[in-house]
Structures are given as C-alpha cells and as structure tokens.
Design a protein around this ligand. Structure first.
Ligand code: SF4
Ligand code: SF4
Ligand code: SF4
Length: 313
C-alpha cells in the first residue's frame, strides 16, 4: 500500500514546494504505487472546507506523512497546522521557516503594532491606511516555528531545503523508518577553503568590498572568507545546502554563508556561538552592523529575537 503524503504551506514563499518538485525523477518513480500525494495546495487545487469547499469546518485528508513549510504568523496558520497534525502519523517541518522561523521571524524584533504602523502608515509609496481588523486572520503575537505550536517528528531545514534531503527522508519513511535527521555538522566542516586559524583581526569589513579569490582557480585555493575579515556564519550553520555531497553553495559562488540552514543543533544560540567563532580569529563581533539581526537572520523563532524594551509601546 502506498504511503500517503499531505503537504501544507503556512507563512511560506513556495520555495520549499519547488524543492519537492526538484526531486525530479526519483519521486516520479514512486508515484503512485509507493507514494501518493493526497493534498498539496502548491500543485493541485485543494479546498480546506471539504472537496467542494462548501463544508462548515476546516478539514484535511488523513495521511501517513505531513509536510509543512512556513512558520506560524496568524490564526489560520495555527488552525491548519493543528488540523494537519491531527490527521498525519509523522509530521515533517520542511524548510527553515518551519524549523526556525526563517526570514519572516526577523519581524520578531518588533512589536506587532510597530510592524503595522510601518507597513500601513509608514511606507512612502502608498497612502496611510488603518490596520485591517476584519476579513483577515488575526496575527499571532510573533512568528513561530511549527514545533512551538505542535509536536514535530522530523526537521528538514534549508531555505529552501535541498531536494536530496527531502527524497532521503521520504525514502527512509518508505523503508519503514520513523526517524530521520540531517547530519549534525557545520557548513565550515564541509567547506574546502584554506584555513590558517587566524585573520588580520579588527573590525569586520563591509560586504560591499570583494574578498580575494582567483575565479580561474578551484575553491580549494581560496582563503577562508572569515579569515579575510568578512562575516561568514558557516561556523554556526548546519551543513547540507549542497545536498549529499559537494561544497557549500554560497562559498562555491564566492559568497559568504548567511546561515540559511539554521543552527547546527536544536537549542543552539547562533548569536553567542558566532561571537565566539569571530573572536577565535580576532574579529570584533561588535563591529557587525545590526548584529542581533545579522547573526539570527534565519532563526528568529524560539525566543531568539524579541522586541527590545525601548521598542515596546
Ligand atoms: S524556508 Fe525559504 S524557501 Fe521555504 S518557505 Fe521559507 S523562505 Fe520560502
Ligand atoms: S567561515 Fe565561511 S569560508 Fe570560512 S570555512 Fe567557514 S564556511 Fe568556509
Ligand atoms: S552557504 Fe550558507 S547561506 Fe549559502 S546556501 Fe549554504 S547554508 Fe545557505
């Protein structure tokens, strides 16, 4: 009998669903005999209120596996997430928004009233309007990762997660396993650049300047970006963006890691850990502009980002 999968997207951009599609042929080989997608609104018209959409309560189909992208930002997300949790045996948090809040959780640095004031009345490109208070779901107090609302069985981080890992997790479940996890190692652990464990030290250089590398030479000949004095958060970021093997994607493109796979392990504090990593090569963490946001860029849920007292109303 096929393993059934139901997918939902909450406060999401659909990039995670594109990653499901990017699994490509391996998933086509499994459908429909081994894997059956019973609900996936990103691809197929799916109604919340029954098959024709005219039921009187939100209901989702039962499935073995639930895949959820996006964090929780409003009451509708909460309701959909709880309904899916009730209907599936194994719930997977898909992507960094679902696992750690992702970029939308940067909003957690501000009280909702300040966000609304900025969006509806502080934008120079449109007239000021009142904050809508009907016909839209109520905002939650902050942006939550999904495990702050329901129990989650498997986490597949990444913005977006690499298709290899989605396929790997689904194949493990098809094999009858009930657990799966990305290996606990850092982006630095998989990065082939030259490291000398020291830098010129001092203030972090502005990222608008280029660091040194020869585009005609392999990545292995480039000096570590952080040791060249630029911010690169690979030391506190979970590896996996290149899939099962290969060098980290941004470093391969001669860009620094911004942390999109989230922390190496649950409960880690990237801000604190990164300040330690920077001081180990003599860089001044205090010189990073907007340090709290930059070092928590993808991990604002779980209390990592809160409004500062001065910003409260
Ligand atoms: S993790 Fe990235 S790709 Fe997935 S929903 Fe969030 S922003 Fe989009
Ligand atoms: S700090 Fe950046 S460039 Fe240096 S080893 Fe880590 S990921 Fe690679
Ligand atoms: S190098 Fe860092 S920011 Fe770039 S894709 Fe990999 S984890 Fe994400």
């Amino acid at each position: 009998m096929a393993v059934t999968v139901a997918s939902e997207w909450l406060n999401a951009c659909s990039g995670c669903e594109i990653s499901i599609l990017n699994i490509g042929e391996p998933i086509l080989d499994l459908i429909p005999d081994k894997l059956e997608l019973v609900h996936i609104p990103a691809l197929v018209d799916s109604k919340y209120f029954g098959p024709t959409g005219d039921g009187d309560r939100l209901t989702l189909p039962k499935a073995t596996v639930g895949l959820v992208s996006g964090g929780v930002r409003n009451a509708e997300h909460e309701e959909v997430l709880k309904e899916l949790r009730d209907k599936v045996d194994i719930l997977i948090a898909l992507g960094t928004c679902a696992t750690n809040g992702g970029i939308p959780a940067q909003a957690n640095m501000f009280a909702n009233e300040d966000v609304f004031a900025k969006v509806f009345r502080g934008c120079p490109t449109h007239d000021a309007v009142e904050t809508p208070d009907d016909l839209v779901p109520c905002y939650t107090e902050n942006v939550k990762a999904i495990d702050e609302v329901v129990d989650v069985d498997i986490f597949i981080p990444g913005c977006p997660p690499h298709p290899d890992w989605i396929a790997d997790a689904l194949l493990a479940l098809l094999d009858g396993k009930t657990e799966w996890a990305l290996p606990e190692r850092s982006v630095c652990d998989t990065c082939p650049v030259i490291r000398e464990e020291k830098s010129g030290g001092g203030a972090v250089k502005r990222p608008l300047e280029n660091f040194e590398y020869d585009p005609d030479q392999p990545l292995e000949s480039m000096r570590c970006i952080m040791e060249q004095g630029y911010l690169c958060v690979g030391a506190v970021t979970r590896a996996g963006c290149a899939g099962q093997d290969g060098a980290p994607r941004c470093i391969s493109a001669r860009q620094s890691c911004r942390g999109c796979f989230g922390p190496i392990r649950k409960g880690a504090r990237p801000l604190v850990d990164m300040m330690g990593a920077m001081s180990s090569v003599g860089l001044e963490a205090r010189s990073v502009i907007d340090r709290r946001a930059m070092l928590n860029r993808f991990v604002g849920s779980h209390g990592n980002l809160r409004p500062l007292p001065a910003r409260r109303r």
